[in-house]
Design a binder for this molecule. Structure first.
Ligand code: ADP
Length: 497
């Protein structure tokens, strides 16, 4: 009996591999960072070959550390940084240039032009997305326009496109499988989330030859087998999902109305909206959660650009902290933030404001303000931003949430989670397994090969490590939120000339 599930978690700054047993216990975990390439201001690239090598490296190390062979692995699940674009040669598997990373803003002008041309409502209706350089389409178009001969070669069928999941599957199967799943496809701005296929009109609009697009397969089910030379035997690749959707799955948010929030570098709030997409207003996105068999689950997503990253700024920019975890002890040194609000709009504001010209600010300083107030205000900003996205989401869904599941690096902070519960007025649940992204990929794969019979089995296994209950009065909550919104107001349009 093959016992283990191996998750490849290919993130923006590191490649990780986690091997789980079927109960979700972590047996082996290896992580390796890789180079971030910044060729110009606002441009971000990765070397796709380095990504592949680091991902392969951590997988082999994780197996060696456990003494596991291919025989012991029931299936591989892949989860990945989303939207990042790789283009490679069909014949050799060699990338024709660096991967363009989701953070890269190089196509901002193209996106402005697209908006002016009036295609946004059509794109929004079909893809669930807003026009932004964040998504893959304009990045892929940029490569075809700027890499020597790329467009002609793509038209001759010599080049292949993929997001990171596709690239890893291609390499793992030694070029036999060129495929993605709908949760990744839905982030390209080329995928029609209603018909669940590449949209011909969008491919035409972005001048992308259909021949370079991967096949779209259900998120759970067989994608292919690893080349036997890699792990000394064939292992089925049977689960694929973008990182945020994988985390939603790993949190067992299987039903419409289930919500999770990830407190990572950024913050990502996702709500399962069931079998039909809801096209939200208020700066939220509609996207695909996952597909199992023919069943599709849609989600609404709201992203906060700077969440845990505000702690890095306090540490590296201001020198107020030794490490992020220190913030909890410091925030508890004072009984409140003494009217201080910190709005970390360092790169503008995401959902629900979408103001690219907002810039950060600290409001309400007095002579009595000390560093503990600032640290506390920074942690509180993570909760306030989440509350704003959740409130937009609830008004879209027309329903009030009963509880929020949380994960991500900063969810280790008990002060943050208690304050979050207070500000939302609902309980928060932190799972025993905080590696929800990798676990989501692992369980999609497990379902795909029959390690689990259905999602109910996974739901029964999910365990909370700790629950946080609101303890704040409604009046205090309203006062604090009012102060926060006044502070946000003052940061908006700051850099607009
Ligand atoms: P990502 O996967 O987005 O790189 P993680 O989920 O690993 O991020 O979370 C890391 C982020 O969480 C960092 O920005 C870090 O500053 C923040 N963080 C980590 N631990 C804590 C903590 N105990 N309190 C507050 N923030 C934290």
């Amino acid at each position: 009996m093959k016992e283990y599930l191996l998750a490849l978690d290919q993130g923006t700054t590191s490649s990780r591999c986690i091997i789980f047993d079927r109960q979700g216990k972590i047996l082996s975990k290896v992580q390796r960072e890789f180079a971030q390439i910044f060729p110009r201001d606002g441009w971000v690239e990765h070397d796709a070959t380095e990504i592949w090598a680091s991902q392969m490296g951590v997988a082999v190390e994780a197996m060696l550390a456990l003494g596991a062979t291919a025989e012991d692995i029931a299936a591989i699940g892949i989860t990945n940084q989303r939207e990042t674009v790789v283009v490679w040669e069909r014949d050799t598997g060699r990338p024709i240039c660096n991967a363009i990373v989701w953070q890269c803003r190089r196509t901002a002008a193209e996106c402005d032009a697209l908006k002016t041309s009036g295609v946004e409502p059509m794109i929004r209706e079909r893809t669930g997305l807003l026009i932004d350089p964040y998504f893959s389409a304009t990045k892929l178009c940029w490569i075809l326009d700027h890499v020597d001969g790329a467009r002609a070669r793509a038209e001759r069928g010599e080049l292949l496109f993929g997001t990171i999941d596709t690239w890893l599957i291609y390499r793992l199967t030694d070029g036999k499988v060129h495929a993605t799943d709908p949760s990744n496809a839905a982030r390209t701005m080329l995928f029609n989330i209603h018909t669940m296929s590449w949209d011909e009109e969008l491919l035409r609009l972005f001048r992308i030859p259909a021949a370079m697009m991967p096949a779209v397969k259900p998120s759970s089910g067989l994608f292919g087998y690893t080349d036997p030379r890699l792990f000394g035997g064939e292992i089925p690749i049977a689960g694929v999902a973008g990182d945020q959707q994988a985390a939603l799955f790993g949190q067992c948010c299987f039903d419409a109305g289930d919500v999770k929030n990830t407190y990572g570098t950024g913050g990502f709030l996702l709500m399962n909206t069931g079998a039909q997409p809801i096209l939200p207003k208020q700066g939220l996105l509609a996207t695909v959660g996952w597909q199992i068999g023919s069943e599709v689950r849609y989600v609404v997503e709201g992203s906060v650009f700077v969440c845990g990253a505000v702690m890095q700024w306090l540490r590296d920019g201001l020198g107020l902290l030794k490490n992020a975890a220190d913030s909890e002890r410091m925030a508890m040194k004072v009984s409140d933030s003494a009217g201080v609000y910190l709005v970390p709009a360092f790169v503008g504001l995401g959902a629900p404001y979408w103001d690219a010209y907002a810039r950060g600010g600290i409001q309400g300083l007095t002579r009595a303000t000390n560093k503990y107030h600032i640290v506390r205000a920074a942690l509180e900003s993570m909760a306030y931003q989440t509350a704003d996205v959740l409130s937009a989401m609830q008004s879209e869904a027309g329903a009030r949430l009963s509880a929020l599941r949380v994960d991500g690096g900063a969810s280790a902070n008990n002060f943050l989670l208690q304050f979050q519960a207070d500000i939302l007025g609902i309980p928060l649940l932190r799972p025993a397994c905080v590696e929800t992204t990798a676990w989501g990929a692992a369980t999609l794969a497990g379902l795909g090969v029959g390690v689990y019979s259905d999602t109910d089995e996974l739901r029964r296994q999910w365990q909370a490590d700790r629950e946080f209950y609101p303890a704040m009065g409604a009046e205090q909550r309203a006062d604090l939120l009012r102060g926060w919104h006044r502070a946000v107001e003052r940061t908006m349009k700051w850099a607009e000339i």
